[in-house]
Ligand binder design. Structure first.
Ligand SMILES: [Zn+2]
Length: 533
């Protein structure tokens, strides 16, 4: 100090040759040079870069999976440790933290109706929550925690669990500066409206973290019916009937199981009497009747035959879920019904494991990733048709006979659905005969999940017998085709996420006919607010 006074006070000593004055000891306040995240208990899907998912997620910052790794997991994976590091290793410096809900980065006004403003997360509290630990305290909107001997201050932060919610943390040793920070789109701005530097801040007074975005996992169990049995009608011939070669006749029947045949169900089918087969031949469009409650129209393609009264008969319709029976139609007797879609190691076509691409994971634009549970059962009870078109209990009974994680059905931390390979919905909607086309049902859920309350959907029945050109002439197995089996699966899982007909895209028009293979913003918005599927 004395030397300084001499220099400052006397121009005459400028030319004096001698030792230079010592550099003053730095007295500047240290600043926060970095703010980073780590999960307190790392998930099997750890914090990682947030991927780009066209067209709503530009892939900024990091993502976190704050849900359970396994059913019944007791670890709270919402906990994130925020680490702020000072420019100098000084202990007991209070670092002031603030948490923010940044704007949703999409430009879509359905998903993000409040424009560039923040505070638009779906989970509560919207900006997440900073937790007080020993030595921490509140200062207006910020929470301060002291540094350790390395000049590092940490605080734990709780994120929400709604997919697509996003956050950022600002930190500074200056409480006034950090309390003036505001959200500016996906940026944070200081009191002068200048955007803060992200993650590394060599000299700036306020530092902020990267944007942290919530992603969720969807755990899918896939089960299916076992071998087809008794998918036929039986009884006896009512009146002796002679059929010449090439002739077409109506054969009178006494059906026993069922006691009355569904009119025209046996279009394109096969009658078996005394080890001989007769094709059911008719053209409904020409006004033909294929079968009544107690008769069937067949053609004899071989030599003359006599069907004697009292002879037993078997009658099969055109059911052949895997198209392998050709003319030997037998109701798929003894064939194991397949699981829906391609269950490769990567799962189903539009619900591919680990995919962040919207064309192989249609849930990716809603920040959801599919996984498959190992417990797959393929021998659940066969049922040719459901009895009722509005009985949820009946539908549930079909898949609940085989589900292995039913106790996770309404778990908010472990999202779980069952996708079940079934055979056909009700007789009125199984496309037997093909004139049922307008009422055909290719898949159904026990219930379309309500956003809240007890309207809980938990499983999807996919009707395997209908997904083929014999039943749907326009059928196209390409996953991106709206008729495909893959589409049906994704559409039904959409219902389990509360998506509804009339949202168009994958969820379809008001009649439920998909208009594309992707979810629209209306559907994505529903998925993102749901507490659990
Ligand atoms: Zn539907």
């Amino acid at each position: 100090v004395l030397i300084d006074e001499i220099y400052i006070g006397s121009d005459s000593v400028c030319h004096v040759v001698g030792p230079a004055p010592p550099t003053p000891t730095p007295t500047a306040t240290p600043n926060v040079v970095s703010v980073t995240f780590s999960q307190v208990t790392a998930s099997t899907e750890p914090i990682s870069p947030n991927p780009v998912v066209a067209p709503y997620n530009p892939g900024i910052g990091q993502r976190i999976f704050p849900d359970d790794d396994t059913p019944g997991d007791t670890v709270d994976r919402r906990l994130v440790r925020v680490t702020a590091t000072l420019s100098q290793p000084i202990a007991n410096v209070p670092v002031y933290f603030r948490n923010f809900d940044l704007d949703d980065p999409t430009t879509d006004s359905v998903i993000d109706p409040n424009g560039a403003a923040g505070n638009d997360n779906n989970g509560m509290p919207r900006p997440g929550q900073l937790l007080f630990a020993n030595g921490c305290g509140a200062n207006g909107p910020s929470v301060f925690c002291p540094t350790n001997a390395s000049g590092v201050a940490t605080i734990d932060f709780v994120v929400t669990r709604q997919p697509g919610d996003n956050f950022a943390i600002a930190a500074s040793v200056d409480p006034i500066a950090v309390n003036r920070v505001t959200v500016n789109g996906i940026e944070l701005a200081d009191g002068n409206g200048q955007n803060l530097p992200t993650e590394t801040c060599p000299t700036q007074p306020i530092c902020r973290s990267q944007m942290l975005t919530v992603w969720r996992r969807l755990h899918i169990e896939v089960d299916s019916m076992g071998q087809s049995t008794e998918n036929r009608a039986i009884g006896t011939i009512r009146d002796t009937t002679r059929i010449r070669a090439g002739e077409t006749v109506d054969v009178p029947l006494n059906p026993t199981t069922p006691s009355a045949l569904e009119p025209n169900r046996f279009e394109g089918g096969r009658l078996v009497v005394n080890f001989r087969s007769y094709r059911v031949t008719c053209v409904i469009a020409n006004g033909d009747t294929c079968n009544t409650a107690d008769s069937v129209r067949v053609t004899n393609t071989a030599g003359v035959a006599t069907l004697f009264a009292g002879y037993p008969f078997e009658l099969y319709d055109d059911d052949d879920f895997n198209d392998n029976d050709v003319t030997f139609l037998d109701g798929d007797t003894g064939e194991d019904i397949s699981a829906p879609d391609e269950i490769t190691p990567n799962g189903m076509s539009l619900l591919t494991v680990g995919s962040d691409v919207e064309t192989s994971n249609v849930f990716a634009p809603a920040y959801v990733r599919p996984l498959y549970l190992d417990e797959t059962r393929d021998n659940c009870l066969f049922q040719q048709n459901l009895a009722s078109d509005d009985d949820r209990a009946e539908r549930r009974a079909i898949f609940r006979q085989c589900w292995d994680f039913g106790d996770r059905n309404t778990d908010e931390e472990f999202w779980y659905v069952v996708v079940f390979g079934a055979y056909q919905f009700t007789q009125a909607s199984d496309l037997d005969p093909t004139t049922e086309y307008e009422s055909g049902v290719v898949g159904i859920v026990d219930a379309t999940t309500g956003v809240t309350g007890d309207l809980e959907g938990s499983g999807a029945l996919i009707f395997m017998e209908l997904h083929r050109t014999r039943e749907i002439p326009a059928y196209n197995p390409d996953p991106m085709n709206v008729t495909s089996l893959s589409n049906t699966v994704a559409h039904e899982v959409g219902h389990l996420f509360s998506c509804q007909h009339g949202e168009y895209g994958l969820m379809g028009d008001p009649d439920g006919n998909p208009t594309s293979s992707l979810f629209t913003p209306a559907s994505i918005s529903r998925i993102r607010v749901l507490i659990h599927p």
